[in-house]
Design a protein around this ligand. Structure first.
Ligand code: PMP
Length: 440
């Protein structure tokens, strides 16, 4: 079927070939072409495609019951997935609420925070401070938290404006600060903002521990994370980690928060949590927050498909497989291998200005000048061109252009966590070939 005869629409018309099947880190189209899934879709397929043990478990659940409404029945898949999730997350996060996607997870986190504040008599706390650039989803609430005006402005007025603070973009800083001092400097922007807004009105702060689509795998200086936690504690502001992209092993730990020993108050997850086997997400929070809400009459929130047994059986099988096969440890090891190879690209291509990331959430960024980190001119359409050159050669990568005017064309390389060293070499051969073609 040609594109003209498609009834479907997404962001734009879709000229891509039809997908046939997936296997491990590879996807195949109907013409038999093979692609390395170098971005796990949109950082989703963490355990790789068509994992036979996961498929067998989903099929077994299908034979029993595909749906039982959560208010009518408890189900073993949902209870077991909640238990497995708690076992894999840091202590202090021991209550789970299921959703079907990342935006739903973010909305749920904010609503839980709000209801908890009400149980504490803190009715004035309603503002959620987020960062720019940032991405938290496309529903109105999550979009209101997203620090990227081109996505927000067409829909204004939305909800009540949510305050924003700058996310660390340390490679753009031209100061003489040490890494540590710079981390503190950025964290203290939150402190200033809370004071300016009036601490008694601030409900929560939400951040991606490692930037995803918004900043391209940007990691803050280590000092940032602890300082943010301290500031939130100082003012009684709840700390929400949006780990929709970074969670489920992507950065070499189950949660990225573990890299800095941080326990957020609420964590939002999706993407790799269902790993492409089911539309699935979750928020995880401490009993400290959840129990008072339940005592006060219950969480006034829920989606019809939330916690359905089929999606939860998929999620459970995904986490078991991730754990049993040591995929998170592999992500940490392979992330280092990949990072060395990506850094080496800077010797060969002067237009690569920065390489960064954590675990298997890595990125490189194009610039016209490494000194000033000036982006390439938008008319070059560099992000789309490189993606096409790689796609033609059988490599899928994920790119974004200038976010909030702060970063230029960046490319996320985030293959499934099962990738081997040999497969990284294979990926890099295609990537270098695409970059050579781009450079011409
Ligand atoms: N938060 C983050 C950090 C994300 O990367 C995304 C998706 N890119 C979302 C939220 C929204 O997730 P979804 O598209 O599943 O609603």
């Amino acid at each position: 079927m040609s594109d003209d005869s498609s009834y479907l629409f997404y962001q734009s018309r879709n000229p891509r070939p039809f997908l046939d099947y997936g296997e491990g880190i590879y996807l195949f189209d109907e013409a038999g072409n093979r692609y390395i899934d170098g971005s796990s879709g949109a950082m989703v397929s963490n355990i790789g495609h068509s994992n036979p043990r996961v498929l067998a478990k989903i099929k077994a659940q299908m034979d029993k019951a595909t749906f039982g409404y959560r208010l009518h029945f408890r189900t073993h898949p949902s209870e077991d997935l909640a238990a497995k999730t708690v076992a894999m997350t840091p202590d202090g996060l021991d209550r789970v609420f299921f959703v079907s996607g990342g935006s739903e997870a973010v909305e749920s986190a904010v609503k839980l925070a709000r209801q908890f504040a009400l149980t504490q008599g803190q009715d004035a706390r309603h503002k959620v401070i987020s960062r720019f650039p940032s991405y938290h989803g496309c529903t109105f609430g999550a979009l209101d938290l997203t620090g990227y005006d081109p996505l927000r402005e067409p829909f204004a007025p939305m909800m009540e404006g949510m305050p924003k603070v700058a996310a660390p973009a340390t490679y753009l800083d031209r100061d003489n600060l040490s890494e540590e001092a710079r981390g503190i400097k950025y964290a203290d922007l939150l402190r200033d903002k809370i004071l300016a807004e009036g601490p008694e009105t601030v409900l929560a702060f939400i951040m991606e521990p490692v930037g995803g689509a918004s900043t391209g795998a940007l990691v803050a200086p280590d000092s940032y994370y602890g300082r943010i936690r301290e500031i939130c504690d100082e003012f009684g502001v709840l700390l929400i980690y949006d780990e929709v992209m970074t969670g489920a092993g992507r950065t070499g730990k189950f949660l990225a928060a573990e890299h800095w020993g941080i326990t957020p108050d609420i964590v939002a997850m999706s993407k790799g949590f269902g790993a492409g086997y089911a539309p699935l997400g979750a928020i995880v929070a401490g009993a400290r927050l959840v129990e008072p809400v339940l005592d006060a009459g219950g969480f006034l929130h829920g989606f019809t498909y939330a916690g359905n047994p089929l999606a939860c059986s998929a999620g459970l099988a995904v986490l078991e497989e991730m754990d049993d096969q040591g995929m998170i440890e592999n992500a940490a090891r392979m992330g280092e291998v990949l990072m060395v190879q990506l850094r080496a690209l800077m010797d060969r291509y002067p237009f690569i200005g920065d390489v960064r990331g954590k675990g298997l959430l890595t990125a490189f960024e194009f610039v016209s000048d490494r000194e000033t980190m000036e982006p390439l001119p938008p008319e070059l359409d560099a992000h789309a061109r490189l993606v096409e050159l790689a796609y033609e050669r059988g490599l899928i990568i994920y790119s974004r252009r200038t976010r909030g005017g702060m970063t230029g064309d960046h490319f996320l390389i985030a293959p499934p966590l099962i990738i081997t060293e040999q497969q990284i070499d294979e990926l890099m051969v295609i990537l270098r070939d695409a970059l050579d073609a781009f450079a011409q």
